[in-house]
Design a protein around this ligand. Structure first.
Ligand code: ADP
Ligand code: MG
Length: 355
């Protein structure tokens, strides 16, 4: 299996630079997930790796070989897209074998590869069907099968599950994890689904405006984000951000009517009067804790296991509070949201994390 290395990778369309110097080292067999807001360049990077998009600057190596100018068909890569156009007039078997037939492989070899892929994907019973007689999940499996038969060194997935309903997504997510264990292929996977990113990735790459913000294991990004952007992007529901001003060893929360909480333990020394942002994850609110916020409940969402209150103070932005087992909060009621300052993060005015 091959690793993939991007060195100062760049892409411009005319005068507009959309990929602005990306450095990334993907190890063989690693499962890497790209996340980031729409338009940040995820698909463009994938397409450059695949050879579907010319590289404007920097270097791409796959398995240690420079690939910038190598034809897409010779890069050892297969790509699965969100829209997985299958040939409607062909059976599952013909759809899966098409690329091999096109490449001039023998009938027996094609049969063998398609049978193997069908077994891995649980499609054995469906080989004679046409796409119109398949469910959405089965069609997506055929699209993945079409890629597997080519025995790629590197699999690229661009939001492959976005068109599926919630239940199927969960099922396919587990299948993709299983597939990775079985094939041990290097995988680069784009998604905007938090759970897919957190559960599938060995390593998540957070992108913004054509640049990498942070690379790390899912829990590293969750526990130890380098800046407010990553902190806000990883985690669902999202981290709460509270503007604050430093006063002695307290933070005055300017949008919560001047309520104060202790400054979290930091190595950085904060300046008197400094403007910072306090970050608290919804699940870090507890029944007990040395710091507390006085809030009013606006909306309650009791999901059973996880229960959330959306609460505010006066005209402040709404905070999300995971209320743990408490399901008895009513809209309009008062809520004292407690937390341990040690679990809160502090960001400087420019968004960088203060540690
Ligand atoms: P993502 O997949 O992260 O949503 P894309 O990689 O599709 O983002 O796009 C990154 C940026 O490049 C966007 O601003 C998009 O408008 C721009 N872009 C993509 N393809 C082209 C193109 N063919 N011509 C001009 N701009 C493009
Ligand atoms: Mg995209």
């Amino acid at each position: 299996m091959s690793g993939v290395k991007l060195t100062n990778l760049r892409k411009s369309y005319g005068a507009v630079e959309v990929i602005r110097g990306v450095d990334l080292d993907i190890k063989p067999e690693e499962f890497v997930v790209f996340v980031g807001p729409s338009g940040c360049g995820k698909s463009t990077i994938l397409r450059m790796i695949a050879g579907l998009e010319e590289i404007s600057g920097g270097e791409l190596t796959i398995g240690g070989r420079v690939m910038n100018e190598v034809d897409a068909s010779k890069r050892g890569i297969a790509m699965v897209f969100q829209s997985y156009a299958l040939y409607p007039h062909m059976t599952v078997e013909q759809n899966m074998g098409f690329a091999l037939k096109y490449a001039g492989e023998s009938r027996d070899a094609i049969k063998q590869q398609v049978t193997d892929a069908a077994r891995i994907l649980g499609l054995e019973e469906l080989l004679d069907r046409k796409p119109k007689d398949l469910s959405g999940g089965q069609r997506q499996r055929v699209a993945i099968g079409r890629a597997i038969v080519r025995h790629p060194d590197v699999f690229l997935f661009d939001e492959p599950l976005s068109n599926l309903d919630a239940e199927l997504r969960v099922q396919m997510r587990i299948e993709i994890a299983r597939l990775h264990k079985e094939l041990k292929t290097t995988i680069i996977y784009v998604t905007h689904d938090q759970v897919e990113a957190m559960t599938l990735a060995d390593k998540i790459v957070v992108l913004r405006d054509g640049r990498i913000e942070q690379v790390g294991s899912p829990l590293t990004l969750y526990d130890d984000p380098v800046n407010q952007f990553v902190a806000g992007f990883i985690g669902s529901p999202k981290m709460n951000f509270l503007p604050a001003i430093v006063k002695g060893d307290t933070l005055v929360l300017t949008e919560l009517g001047g309520q104060t909480v202790p400054v979290p333990p930091l190595n950085n020394t904060l300046q008197e009067g400094e403007k910072v942002t306090l970050g608290i994850r919804p699940e870090h609110f507890r029944a007990e804790g040395p710091a507390s916020l006085e809030l009013a409940v606006e909306i309650v969402e009791n999901l059973g296991g996880e229960n959330y209150a959306y609460a505010s103070h006066g005209t402040s932005d709404v905070l999300t509070v995971n209320t743990g087992g408490a399901r008895d909060l009513a809209p309009g009621s008062a809520l004292t949201a407690r937390f341990d300052p040690a679990s809160a993060l502090v960001f400087a005015e420019d968004g960088m994390r203060l540690r």
